[in-house]
Design a protein around this ligand. Structure first.
Ligand code: AHG
Ligand code: MN
Ligand code: MN
Length: 333
């Protein structure tokens, strides 16, 4: 480890973060510590009997994996008594988890405890996504309504990626930083500061098997990419789809690209597959803080006023010029 690299704690305590509240820093340290434990469990896999289905379902109608439940319970346990939160919400819980009155603090924590569940058993990168909001009322009992704030209100957001390296990515609303975990010391070290997504790209990520169900602007955009150098885009595109949003977004933060999980006709009444509050919002804040754009086709995702905790949303994010073009195709449809 290079002598110059700051640890996560040193970064939080640096001059750059002098305006960040101490209790928010403490909360983020707790989140990072939980992610280290989840990382350990992920790397043990079958040895800890953590692969396969748990045999239960969540409110989304999805089968829960053992690791979904494990990560959810670990995050709940690690944060319930730390005095930083008023309540928590998760992809894996129907309703909010209220903190006992005498242990309440000023923040709300939302998480997708394990993103990329279909990749767990095949040993492909997965992650944990989190979002932090200010609680509007610490005096009253927390309610779902306290969580229903637009994504631009997030005071912090990020993810841990459990891949060949475990990487913790964070924004406090002024830039994006990446920390790599040293497997020996289990310490996170700052390895990339002020991440910037290139404005242009030749790479897109979408589940092409849903092509026949897409709306016109999405079909138009992708088919023009596929036409390559002799088509209207006049360049050849490459395609990637990891099927863990956390890993697809990580690639975009590192080298640019576009990620789309748009609305489609399979479930016409749902705005999309991904969840606004604990998947799309934290990723959108990271992407915008890295100079990218994140939209649902009609508007900036961070401007959406949620109407329910598990609300779904159409997602198109990444390199600015490319996502702005997708927006234009939606407007001219
Ligand atoms: P989760 O594992 O938290 O339910 O999220 C899975 C999401 C997301 O990570 C990924 O981009 C997408 O589902 C993959 O969907 P497909 O299986 O349709 O490709
Ligand atoms: Mn997810
Ligand atoms: Mn999940």
């Amino acid at each position: 480890m290079s002598q110059q690299s700051k640890t996560f704690i040193e970064f939080l305590n640096s001059e750059k973060n002098s305006l960040i509240q101490q209790d928010l820093k403490d909360l983020l340290l707790d989140v990072a510590n939980s992610c280290k434990k989840i990382s350990h469990a992920v790397h043990q896999g079958a040895l800890a009997n953590l692969l396969g289905s748990a045999g239960t379902g969540n409110i989304q109608g999805e089968t829960q994996q053992k690791l979904d439940i494990f990560a959810n319970e670990l995050l709940l346990e690690d944060h319930a008594e730390k005095g930083k939160l008023a309540a928590m919400a998760s992809e894996e819980m129907d309703s909010i988890y209220s903190i006992k009155e005498h242990l309440r603090g000023p923040y709300l924590l939302l998480f997708d405890p394990l993103d990329g569940s279909s990749n767990i058993d095949v040993n492909v990168s997965i992650g944990t996504i989190f979002s932090v909001l200010k609680s509007s009322s610490i005096t009253n009992d927390p309610s779902e309504a306290d969580f229903l704030q637009s994504g631009k209100n997030q005071v912090a957001a990020g993810y841990a990626l459990y891949g060949p390296q475990t990487i913790f990515v964070l924004t406090l609303g002024h830039g994006v930083q990446m920390f790599t975990m040293d497997p020996q010391s289990q310490e996170f070290y700052l390895t990339q500061e002020d991440v910037q997504i290139p404005k242009d790209t030749k790479e897109f990520a979408i589940n092409m098997s849903n092509m026949r169900h897409w709306a016109k602007p999405v079909s138009r955009y992708v088919s023009e990419c596929l036409e390559g150098s002799t088509g209207p885009r006049q360049k050849d595109f490459n395609m990637r789809w990891i099927a863990s949003m956390v890993a697809d977004v990580h690639r975009i933060l590192i080298r640019g690209g576009v990620f789309m999980y748009p609305w489609d006709q399979r479930e016409p009444d749902k705005p999309g597959k991904l969840r606004l509050m604990y998947e799309a919002n934290p990723m959108s804040l990271l992407v915008e803080q890295a100079g990218g754009v994140s939209i649902n086709g009609q508007q900036r995702i961070l401007d959406i006023q949620p109407s329910k905790l598990h609300e779904r949303v159409s997602v198109m994010l990444g390199s600015a010029n490319e996502v702005n073009l997708i927006m234009k195709y939606h407007q001219s449809n």
